[in-house]
Design a protein around this ligand. Structure first.
Ligand code: GLU
Length: 473
C-alpha cells in the first residue's frame, strides 16, 4: 500500500498517541506541551583506540521528564540508533513508569555501535569511556539518572558502568544504585534478567482473568491453548514465549527473528529452540519445526495473539491490513506505528500497549534500586522468621484438628519467601493492578475504545497532577 504521506517519526508517533489522551482530558495546552517535551538530550562523541586506530563513537542520553527523580531507562547498543528514537523511547519510559506507579522520570540512552564487531575487551573499553561521559555531564548517578539494560546491553555492560561510577565516586555510599540490571553478585536483584518477559506473561494472565475483555477481543476463554506468534527471540521474546508455553499451556506456533521464522502449528518447544540457537548462533536449521526466511510475512499468519518483542515500527500502515491476530501484546517498545494503531483499532483488533506490557523490566529495576539503597537483599531479615511461624501454624492446626496436614500444605505453609519469590510477587501485583486501573478507565468512558488511550489517560493524569500540585519551576 503506497502512501503519499510522509510516515511519522517514532517520536511523532508516540506524541500522536499521547495527544489522544491529552485531548480527552482537556488539559491546558501549556501543561500538555510540558508533559510531551523532552527535557534535555546529551549527545557525546568520544574517541577510543581500537586495534591501534582511533575510532569516534556517538552516543545519546535523553531525559524526557524529571517530575520524579531519578530519571530511568535503558541504554541500547545498536548500529541504527538516532536521537529521534532515543527521545521517543525516553518519553515511553515516562509514561511507562507512571502507568505502573514506579516513581521515576523517563530517560533513555543509545550508543551507535554494532557490538558484534568488537571483542569483549574492546566493548568494555568503549562502555567505560561512554560511562565517564555520562557521569561527568550529569547523566548518570543513583539520585538523578539510572540506566539499565536494553537492546544490545545486559548485565555485563551494567557491571562495567557501575564499576566506572564507583571509581569516579568511591565516597558515594549508594554507588551500586547508579545502574540497574547488574549481575546478582554485584548488587543486582534475582529475577531482573527475565523480568520483562515475566511481565508480558503476567499482563496476559491478568487480561484473561477478565471475561468481558476476552470476549470483546473475540478470543476463547483462558490463556491455555491460545495460538501465539512471537516476533523477536532476544531476552524478552525468549522469556515470554518460554513462560507462556511452559506455565500457561499457551501454544507458541511461531518464533520470528532476524534469520526467519520457525513454526509448528502444534506448538514449539521453546527451551529446545533456545538451546539450538545458543549452539548454532541462529534459529535457522532448527530440525524440529519448519523454517522460512521470510520472517516479516510470518507476522501475518493466522493466530490468536501476536507478541512483537523486537524493534519499533514492525507493524505499519503497510502490513497492518494483513495482520490476523485478535490480540496484540506489545512486548517491544513502539512496535505498532500510530497509523497502524489507528487502522487496527478501527478493525477491532485489541492492543495491549507497550508502556504497560513491557514495564516488567523497569518495575524490577525499581526493586533493585531500592535493594541497593537499603543495602540489603529482600527477604534476608524475615525469611527464617516466616518459616518458623509457618511451622507453628502447621503444628497448631494438627493439634487442634487431630489430623495430619498433607505434605503439600505443610510445605506451602512453612516456606519463607526468598528474594526471587518476593520479586515475582511484587511484579505480578504491579502488573495486575496497572491493568485493573487501565480497564477501569476504559470501562468508565465510552469515548475510550482502546487500552492504549486508557493507559495514556492514567499516565497523563498522574503526571499532570505533579505539575499542577507542585507548580512549574
Ligand atoms: N530497557 C527497559 C525498558 O525499556 C528497562 C528500563 C529500566 O529498567 O530502567 O523498559
Amino acid at each position: 500500500m503506497a502512501s503519499s504521506k510522509r510516515s511519522l517519526s517514532f517520536r511523532e508517533s508516540v506524541d500522536h498517541m499521547v495527544d489522544r489522551a491529552l485531548k480527552f482530558l482537556n488539559l491546558d495546552e501549556g501543561v500538555s506541551n510540558a508533559i510531551k517535551a523532552c527535557n534535555c538530550v546529551l549527545k557525546v562523541q568520544f574517541p577510543v583506540k581500537i586495534r591501534g586506530e582511533l575510532q569516534v563513537f556517538t552516543g545519546w542520553r535523553a531525559v524526557h521528564s524529571t517530575h520524579r527523580l531519578p530519571a530511568k531507562g535503558g541504554i541500547r547498543f545498536a548500529p541504527m540508533v538516532n536521537q529521534d528514537e532515543i527521545e521517543a523511547l525516553a518519553a515511553l519510559m515516562t509514561y511507562k513508569c507512571a502507568i505502573v506507579d514506579v516513581p521515576f522520570g523517563g530517560s533513555k540512552g543509545g550508543l551507535l555501535i554494532d557490538p558484534q564487531q568488537y571483542t569483549r575487551d574492546e566493548l568494555q573499553l568503549i562502555t567505560r569511556r561512554f560511562t565517564v561521559e555520562l557521569v561527568r555531564k550529569g547523566f548518570l548517578s543513583p539520585a538523578t539518572n539510572v540506566p539499565a539494560p536494553d537492546m544490545g546491553t545486559g548485565q555485563r555492560e551494567m557491571a562495567w558502568m557501575a564499576d566506572t561510577y564507583k571509581h569516579l565516586y568511591p565516597e558515594d555510599i549508594n554507588y551500586t544504585a547508579c545502574v540497574t540490571g547488574k549481575p546478582v553478585g554485584h548488587g543486582g536483584i534475582r529475577g531482573r534478567t527475565e523480568a520483562t518477559g515475566r511481565g508480558v506473561q503476567y499482563a496476559l494472565q491478568e487480561f484473561f482473568r477478565h471475561a468481558d475483555s476476552v470476549r470483546k477481543a473475540n478470543l476463547a476463554p483462558g490463556l491455555g491453548g491460545q495460538r501465539i506468534i512471537v516476533q523477536g527471540f532476544g531476552n524478552v521474546g525468549y522469556h515470554a514465549a518460554k513462560f507462556l508455553s511452559e506455565e500457561d499451556d499457551a501454544r507458541i506456533i511461531a518464533i520470528i527473528d532476524r534469520a526467519g521464522v520457525v513454526w509448528d502449528e502444534n506448538g514449539l518447544n521453546i527451551e529446545d529452540l533456545q538451546q539450538y540457537k545458543l549452539q548454532h548462533k541462529s534459529i535457522k536449521g532448527y530440525p524440529n519445526a519448519r523454517f522460512d526466511e521470510n520472517g516479516q510475512a510470518a507476522m501475518e499468519m493466522a493466530c490468536d495473539i501476536l507478541i512483537p518483542a523486537a524493534l519499533e515500527a514492525q507493524i505499519t500502515a503497510d502490513n497492518a491490513p494483513r495482520i490476523q491476530a485478535r490480540l496484540i501484546a506489545e512486548a517491544a517498545n513502539g512496535p505498532v506505528t500510530f497509523e497502524a494503531d489507528e487502522y487496527l483499532r478501527n478493525k477491532g483488533v485489541v492492543i495491549l500497549p507497550d508502556a504497560y506490557v513491557n514495564a516488567g523490566g523497569v518495575i524490577v529495576s525499581y526493586f533493585e534500586w531500592i535493594r541497593n539503597l537499603s543495602h540489603i537483599r529482600f527477604g534476608r531479615i524475615q525469611r527464617r522468621f516466616d518459616e518458623q511461624r509457618g511451622h507453628h501454624i502447621s503444628t497448631a492446626l494438627q493439634e487442634l484438628t487431630g489430623n495430619q496436614l498433607s505434605e503439600h500444605l505443610h510445605t506451602k505453609l512453612t516456606v519463607g519467601a526468598d528474594e526471587l519469590a518476593l520479586v515475582r510477587s511484587g511484579l505480578d501485583d504491579t502488573m495486575r493492578e496497572a491493568f485493573q486501573n487501565i480497564k477501569a478507565i476504559y470501562d468508565a468512558n465510552e469515548h475510550i475504545q482502546d487500552y492504549r488511550m486508557a493507559a495514556y489517560v492514567t499516565a497523563v493524569e498522574k503526571i499532570s497532577r505533579t505539575y499542577l500540585d507542585l507548580g512549574v519551576y
